[in-house]
Ligand binder design. Structure first.
Ligand SMILES: NC(=O)c1ccc[n+]([C@@H]2O[C@H](COP(=O)([O-])OP(=O)(O)OC[C@H]3O[C@@H](n4cnc5c(N)ncnc54)[C@H](OP(=O)(O)O)[C@@H]3O)[C@@H](O)[C@H]2O)c1
Length: 284
């Protein structure tokens, strides 16, 4: 039986990945804080030893918080990733590490390819980029999978927060219309990771839902899909100040993922439908 350690296994992506791989017959060693802290090299080595693969979903993911908790963000996203890479390389284990579109500055006028220049705008993006660089520097067999705008039933995310507000009262919500990405359902992304673990390729790869939309368009689709009362008003990022600067356009080009696996992720609208169905099964 193929076996894998999933770090950050109780997070939004990690939870769906555990279910997907178990359903496909993988033996899954699911670990997270507090039992395994990736900033402690010895913890990582002990837990991953003897496995074929490690998937690192563990990360400091508070994008705005990272602007003030810089040290913590780098400790987990750079030093933690480095510890995982060292442990995997020394023990001969293959590593799939999850990274982000926030390594880009968002000034492109076409979807980002893996070799496009990186220039993170935020501390979170810089800390994730530093993690990527550590993994490449350490070497070993690895896949760095960049993804974006995740939503899933096991974590805080944009869809959950819009639904919570609309379910509380028929509010008018202001949502930015000048940040465009491909919102990606973690249930679909988990299937993509399973495909990557079996594809025999290594290197950096972009994986996200098909299609693209602004957060405003995404919020309108949530309203349409659920039939909830309320309305969505488009605003500019400049009217909605947050501590971290986000890229304006960070759509990822998924051609390499398709070359490697023969697969393409479903459209973000299908991700939204599947998320809403899964959420109702799990009781909202
Ligand atoms: N969410 C997105 O929109 C998005 C977009 C692009 C890329 N990504 C990347 O996708 C991956 C998964 O993200 P996600 O949204 O599933 O994040 P998440 O729900 O925050 O899950 C991350 C998990 O890592 C754990 N963790 C934090 N520090 C750790 C440490 N020192 N040692 C071990 N585990 C630790 C967290 O535990 P606690 O909850 O206890 O802190 C949490 O269970 C991350 O690499 C993230 O950077 C996410």
């Amino acid at each position: 039986m193929k076996n894998v350690t999933i770090l950050g296994a109780r997070g939004m992506l990690g939870s769906d990945l555990c279910s997907t791989l178990r359903e496909s017959g993988w033996s899954v060693n699911a670990v997270d804080l507090p039992e395994v802290d990736i900033t402690r090299r010895a913890d990582v080595e002990t837990t991953v030893s003897g496995h074929d693969w490690v998937v690192n979903c563990a990360a400091y993911t508070n994008v705005d918080g990272a602007e003030t908790e810089t040290e913590q963000a780098f400790a987990v996203n750079r030093d933690g990733a480095s510890n995982v890479a060292h442990a995997c390389t020394e023990l001969g284990i293959k590593l799939l590490h999850v990274s982000t579109d926030y390594v880009f500055d968002g000034r492109a006028d076409r979807p980002y390819r893996e070799e496009d220049p990186v220039a993170p705008l935020s501390t979170y993006g810089a800390s994730k980029l530093a993690g990527e660089e550590e993994i490449r520097r350490v070497g070993g067999v690895h896949i760095i999978m960049r993804t974006q705008s995740l939503f899933g039933i096991h974590g805080r995310n944009f869809v959950a927060s819009i639904l919570k507000k609309l379910e509380a009262d028929a509010a008018t919500l202001k949502v930015v219309n000048d940040q465009v990405s491909s919102p990606t359902y973690t249930g679909h992304l988990a299937g993509a990771i399973r495909a990557l673990l079996g594809c025999g390729n290594a290197g950096t790869v972009h994986v996200s839902a098909s299609g693209e939309c602004s957060w405003y368009e995404f919020a309108c689709a949530i309203l349409d899909e659920t039939g909830l009362k309320g309305s969505i008003e488009p605003v500019l990022t400049s009217e909605y100040k947050l501590p971290a600067v986000r890229p304006a356009y960070s759509v990822l080009d998924g051609s390499r993922f398709t070359e490697w696996t023969g697969e393409t992720l479903p459209d973000w609208r299908k991700g939204l439908e599947d998320y809403i169905r899964a959420r109702s099964v799990h009781g909202g």
